[in-house]
Design a protein around this ligand. Structure first.
Ligand code: 4AD
Ligand code: MG
Length: 467
């Protein structure tokens, strides 16, 4: 076969160089036609769209054509022509075919639609379906939006460690990291494991959040953001939780809780707008195939202000709803950690738009949040989204050394591990705020997919670490 440099399908479809000879390579989606002429729909992942290859059967060896089956990888040289058919403006009149990788009838992803569960079991191959192609092109674009937003706004990309000796959220949901021989663990007189001879000489884990190190960055560089993997050993088998997920954590010196809310709202809207502008084909596909309200929902979020509401008022609204006969599975009272049904009631039924809930009881939030004057609530903020629930969690930080130490003691957090963090409050402390956005929850919202396992290429959840 003649060597011609490859053109991506996305570029071929935009080309008007009719009569020129091009090479395309990709995977066969379908082949249909008669004994005289066949039409191959070829996809190379560069776009959701396929390019149509027209093959005049009598010009080719029968043995080659029979290997052009769904899933096979082929290379085509042919003439770019204006298409007579519906749905495309160009097609390729085939001159030469090479089958790079044949694909037998035992290929699990034959034409017909598969359940998401089936595709999850074939996560190594599901990337080749239209749906997952669309999702992962959008995921890439959202990562670009994140970097672009913060770069444009003068934030520095700050890389925090994945292996850490501290538990940022204090929830004890950490995966331990050790090189110790688990078959021969020595314990001291109190039954505790001695980590002094472990790799790091102390107990270490995978991080649940880069925030604490992020605060060190913000109180020096002014405004930073992290964007990296985060790990939580929480045994939550829900469509919203992963054991390994990606989090974006901006942290800004001198920002108070209101600035923090403004940042969160502006940032999410920027990402949604980016998707609408740059992922049109993929969004249209998902809007047709997965969720008919997707595009409307994206536009709606762009066009409306988020509601800002103190937790206490949120509880009042929920209690009122109960009085009027609304039934929740879990109880509602001041102090309760809201369940997803409560959050969704506020967002989807009461306000019908995103809600930023603030000023939560200190008992249900982490040690680092700034105490309000009432001594009962902290300057926390959760951004709650339709269908997703909590998409962002953040706060203004406690910058007062004594108050922070007070909280650390109250919560029995081991102080000796926190000296490096406390230093920021000892020397040149400043008001500052930040938040964490769960990247996959953003992707759920932007794609309309229903399960978080379907917006990360290789999900990690309890009892699943395949691939
Ligand atoms: O609310 P979280 O636990 O907040 C923090 O970790 C703070 N340190 C962030 C900060 O202030 N810098 O988590 C933040 C977000 C959640 O709102 C949610 O979107 C996402 O991370 N998240 C998860 N996403 C997927 N799977 C899980 N198990 C998640 N846990 C949290
Ligand atoms: Mg949270």
């Amino acid at each position: 076969m003649e060597k011609i440099s490859r053109t991506k399908v996305i570029d071929v479809l935009k080309s008007t160089a009719y009569g020129s000879i091009v090479n395309v390579k990709g995977w066969v989606r379908t082949r249909r036609g008669s004994k005289v002429v066949n039409f191959i729909a070829l996809n190379d992942g560069s776009t959701i769209k396929n390019v149509q290859i027209v093959v005049e059967i009598d010009k080719f060896d029968e043995d080659i054509i029979k290997d052009v089956t769904t899933g096979a990888c082929i290379s085509i040289n042919g003439e770019l022509v204006q298409s007579q058919g519906k749905g495309q403006t160009v097609e390729i009149q085939c001159r030469e075919i090479e089958v790079l990788g044949p694909c037998g009838a035992d290929y699990p992803l034959q034409k017909k639609g598969h359940s998401m569960e089936f595709l999850r079991e074939h996560a190594n191959l599901r990337l080749r379906t239209n749906t997952f192609g669309a999702v992962f092109r959008i995921r890439h674009n959202m990562a670009m939006a994140v970097h672009s937003y913060f770069h444009e706004h003068g934030f520095f990309y700050f890389n925090t460690p994945l292996i850490t000796a501290s538990d940022c959220e204090g929830a004890g949901q950490m995966f331990q990291v050790t090189t110790k021989n688990l078959y021969d663990l020595k314990k001291d007189a109190d039954g505790k494991i001695d980590y002094s001879d472990d790799f790091f000489g102390k107990m270490t884990s995978l991080t649940v959040s880069g925030q604490l190190e992020g605060e060190l960055g913000a109180t020096a560089l002014g405004a930073i953001y992290t964007f990296g993997p985060t790990f939580r050993a929480e045994n939550s088998n829900t469509p919203r939780h992963l054991a390994e997920f990606w989090m974006i954590e901006p942290e800004v010196a001198f920002n108070d809780i209101t600035d923090n809310m403004d940042l969160a709202e502006d940032f999410i809207k920027y990402c949604v707008k980016w998707a609408i502008e740059k992922c049109q084909d993929d969004l249209e596909f998902l809007n047709n195939m997965i969720d008919k309200t997707l595009l409307d929902r994206l536009h709606f979020v762009l066009e409306h202000d988020f509601v800002r509401l103190p937790y206490t008022e949120g509880i009042n609204i929920l209690e009122d709803a109960i009085k009027k006969g609304h039934k929740f599975e879990f109880p509602v009272y001041w102090g309760v950690d809201l369940a997803s049904e409560h959050e969704r009631f506020l967002v989807e039924e009461h306000f019908k738009r995103p809600v930023i809930l603030t000023d939560y009881p200190k008992e249900i939030k982490a040690f680092y949040m700034k105490m309000n004057e009432d001594g009962k609530t902290v300057r926390a903020m959760d951004v709650l989204f339709p269908q997703i629930g909590e998409i962002i969690g953040g706060s203004e930080r406690e910058e007062n050394y004594d108050k922070l130490i007070g909280r650390i003691k109250e919560l029995n957090i081991p102080m000796k591990d926190m000296w490096w963090y406390l230093d920021t409050r000892k020397w040149g402390s400043c008001p500052h705020s930040g938040f964490g956005l769960g990247f996959e929850r953003l992707i759920l919202f932007v794609t309309g997919m229903q399960n978080i396992r379907d917006v990360i290429p290789f999900p990690r959840t309890p009892n699943t670490a395949e691939f």
